[in-house]
Design a binder for this molecule. Structure first.
Ligand code: NDP
Ligand code: OXD
Length: 315
């Protein structure tokens, strides 16, 4: 029984960590697959297309990412159980990222940075956190953790998901019919949705126009978008057009339609955009190693697998 690491980056790091935990394990690193019949588990992140489909005894795929959209795009991906990465280290990092960027925009840091560059000493009105409406798109593992990180500040939290949810301190709603009301009551939109056929290109100009622009939080100059889900959720050109038209005040984007973000993209230089390199919540190699071995052993003992992906839903 062998474990194959099929990852486009950090494969040697994962191998090092797994070997440290289980030196006796038959561990292979793609492209050195060896006898393909030996492999029952694959740890995967952007594996070479088609590779996993050539493993005749593969029984489990462990995704290095929490999001599995890229894996599911491979039509040759074997129909074996696929588990995604869910881990307190990753969850904590994402909660930090969302809290950091909500605070950044609530406290009008975009404008303070501009004022600093111009050496202008100027006060700007800032609403209290209790007046700012933060809408979380996606109330899964990461959306709930983000809510937990934001709650102590007193923000008015709401959340939108596919199916009904109950999250302490969050006004929850679900499904397409609830989306308009959710957006209309959102000043800062934080997106933690998976990329699926239903969610692709959702963050477009039409959606931005449905965000709140007035009311108790009119002290904020306009709506803000934070996207740490997937780049395919957003239409980069629409975000830029909405920013230029003043329909969107600012954005923090960790993910992009094309990654790395091409040098020619105006998102790099737009004064109201914060760009981060898809690092909102990186998977920690030691945690990945523990997780992959835990899932592999559960499989071998015939135990239930945690965090199974529902392929029909796409997440
Ligand atoms: P989960 O599967 O736990 O949660 C996904 C949430 O999205 C659920 O609440 C789900 O609804 C909701 N959802 C899915 N489809 C729809 C839809 N059509 N309409 C409304 N809501 C929908 O995922 P995680 O929270 O663990 O991760 C979310 C995403 O974050 C990942 O898929 C990945 O793309 C991204 N990510 C990004 C990282 C980064 O560094 N930028 C790092 C890690 C993850 P329901 O609860 O009803 O199922
Ligand atoms: C993930 C990611 O899905 O890092 O875990 O994007």
């Amino acid at each position: 029984m062998a474990l194959l690491i099929a990852c486009s980056s950090r494969a040697e790091q994962f191998a090092h960590e797994i070997h440290a935990l289980d030196p006796g394990l038959d561990l292979r690193v793609a492209p050195d697959v060896g006898r393909s019949e030996d492999i029952d588990t694959a740890l995967a992140w952007q594996p070479p297309p088609g590779l996993l489909g050539t493993l005749p005894r593969l029984k489990l795929i462990v995704s290095v990412g929490a999001g599995v959209d890229a894996l599911l795009q491979d039509a040759t991906l074997p129909e074996v159980p696929l588990v995604r990465f869910v881990d307190p280290d990753l969850t904590g990092r994402m909660a930090e990222y969302i809290a950091l960027h909500v605070l950044y925009h609530h406290r009008r840091m975009t404008e303070f940075r501009e004022l600093q560059a111009a050496k202008v000493w100027k006060y700007l009105p800032e609403p209290a956190a209790r007046e700012v409406r933060v809408g979380l798109m996606g109330l899964g593992v990461l959306g709930k953790a983000a809510a937990g990180a934001l709650r102590p500040f007193g923000y008015r939290l709401s959340g939108w998901s596919r199916t009904p949810k109950a999250v302490a301190g969050v006004a929850c709603c679900s499904g397409p019919s609830a989306l308009d009301a959710f957006l209309a009551a959102t000043d800062i939109l934080a997106v933690l949705l998976p990329l699926t056929p239903e969610t692709r290109a959702m963050l477009n100009r039409g959606l931005v126009r449905r965000l709140a622009r007035s009311g108790r939080s009119a002290l904020l100059p306009g709506p803000v978008l934070i996207n740490a889900g997937r780049g395919g959720l957003q239409v980069d050109a629409d975000i830029l057009a909405a920013l230029d038209a003043g329909e969107l005040h600012a954005a923090s984007l960790d993910v992009f339609q094309t990654e790395p973000l091409p040098a020619a993209s105006r998102l790099w230089t737009h004064p109201r955009v914060v760009v981060t390199p898809h690092n909102a919540a990186e998977s920690n190699p030691a945690a990945i190693a523990r997780y992959a071995l835990h899932q592999m052993r559960a499989l071998q003992r015939g135990e239930a697998l945690a965090n199974l992906v529902d392929r029909s839903r796409g997440y």
